[in-house]
Design a binder for this molecule. Structure first.
Ligand SMILES: Cc1cc2nc3c(=O)[nH]c(=O)nc-3n(C[C@H](O)[C@H](O)[C@H](O)COP(=O)(O)OP(=O)(O)OC[C@H]3O[C@@H](n4cnc5c(N)ncnc54)[C@H](O)[C@@H]3O)c2cc1C
Length: 328
């Protein structure tokens, strides 16, 4: 079977923030065999490449003429018993969450509504409302760029941390499937509680523009554009008393600050657009940079830099972008 090849699709059409030019080649892999075959073929050319899932955490440059892109659309949820599941990389994350909730499997219900694919979820250890994928991930299968071989990476080898993993920092390759251990054998009534939790999370996220909605420009984003900065407790004590700060579980000397608070307190307001730029801060959430319609990748990057400069000048803190930048 051969993967589908599209040679004139701009990545602005397949990324949620809606920027990105036409790559040299866009290969859509719909089966496991197609995924392995197309990634291996692209690597053999020695040219620039990139894998894409749901396109919800990438900012792609408008100039990517030499880039080869493999879009992963493999699907399938296999139940291995006792809450142990193997899920193909291209499976939609929220579909997987819904599947778990409807089968009474616990551990991901608070991660409802996060866009994107299962295979990308470990890359930044997705998290929300007190849960993160590290709580339930067991292992992944990984096609390693360095060796060209398939290997199994256990959770510990992924070095999952707050919006981070070894895959985001240094290890290059492609996740083909992910195995999870969910909570099973839960007491009677749990399924109903999980359903309710899922509904509450979806409503809360929608009110902040954090659930994809084609007709709502505030959702044409990458979600949070910056991670919450982690600083020393002593530095945090130099900030205004009302600055939100949460102690880190693994290190009492470090605290996590609210990037959204820092942005707003440095004078950058929700809804801000610079001059006639078509990039703007979400009207619902200071942490989301959105495409108000036809924005260029340069406009998105300029607004991001403006926010970073304002926060650095006000608080001496460098905000770190959360999405991957491609082709800049
Ligand atoms: C409205 C909105 C709300 C969001 N809310 C949250 C949130 O609450 N919490 C959170 O953590 N994130 C959130 N995000 C960010 C995003 O949804 C997640 O990071 C998601 O996991 C990205 O999945 P994706 O398939 O879209 O990845 P893509 O954007 O396609 O890719 C992201 C990165 O992962 C790499 N990648 C993709 N697939 C694979 C693979 N199979 N193997 C190896 N590398 C791969 C890509 O090369 C790229 O570097 C939000 C985004 C949006 C738009």
């Amino acid at each position: 079977m051969t993967a589908l090849r599209a040679n004139s699709v701009a990545l602005s059409e397949v990324t949620t923030i809606g920027v990105g030019g036409v790559p040299a080649e866009l290969i859509v892999a719909k089966t496991y065999a197609e995924l392995i075959e197309s990634v291996s073929q692209v690597w053999a050319t020695g040219e620039d490449w990139f894998v894409l899932g749901g396109g919800s955490n990438v900012v792609v440059s408008d100039q990517i003429e030499n880039l080869h892109v493999v879009k992963i659309e493999t699907t399938g949820i296999d139940r291995l018993g006792q809450g142990h599941l193997r899920v193909q990389a291209g499976e939609n994350w929220d579909h997987f969450v819904e599947h778990c909730v409807e089968h009474g499997l616990g551990g991901v219900e608070s991660l409802s509504g996060i866009p994107g694919s299962v295979g990308a979820a470990p890359v930044q250890n997705i998290g929300a409302y007190g849960q993160e994928i590290a709580d339930v991930l067991v292992r992944v299968e990984f096609l390693d760029y360095a060796t060209g071989e398939l290997q199994i990476l256990e959770k510990e080898q992924l070095e999952l941390a707050y919006r981070d993993s070894v895959l985001k920092r240094s290890k290059v390759g492609v996740i083909t499937w992910v195995e999870f251990q969910l909570l099973s054998d839960l007491p009677a009534g749990s399924r109903e509680l999980m359903r309710r939790r899922r509904q509450e999370v979806l409503e809360l996220r929608a009110s902040k523009g954090m659930v994809l909605n084609e007709s709502d420009r505030d959702t044409h984003s990458c979600g949070s554009f910056f991670t919450n900065p982690i600083v020393s407790a002593s530095f945090a004590r130099t900030l205004p008393l009302d600055a939100p700060a949460w102690p880190m579980d693994d290190d009492a000397e470090r605290v996590k600050l609210s990037a959204a608070w820092l942005i707003e307190q440095s004078g950058v307001k929700k809804g801000l657009q610079l001059g006639d730029s078509r990039a703007g801060i979400s009207t619902k959430h200071a942490l989301a940079i959105t495409n108000r319609g036809g924005a260029s990748s340069k406009e998105i990057a300029e607004l991001a830099r403006f926010i970073q400069e304002r926060v650095a000048a006000t608080f001496g803190i460098n905000l770190i972008p959360e999405p991957s930048f491609v082709g800049f």
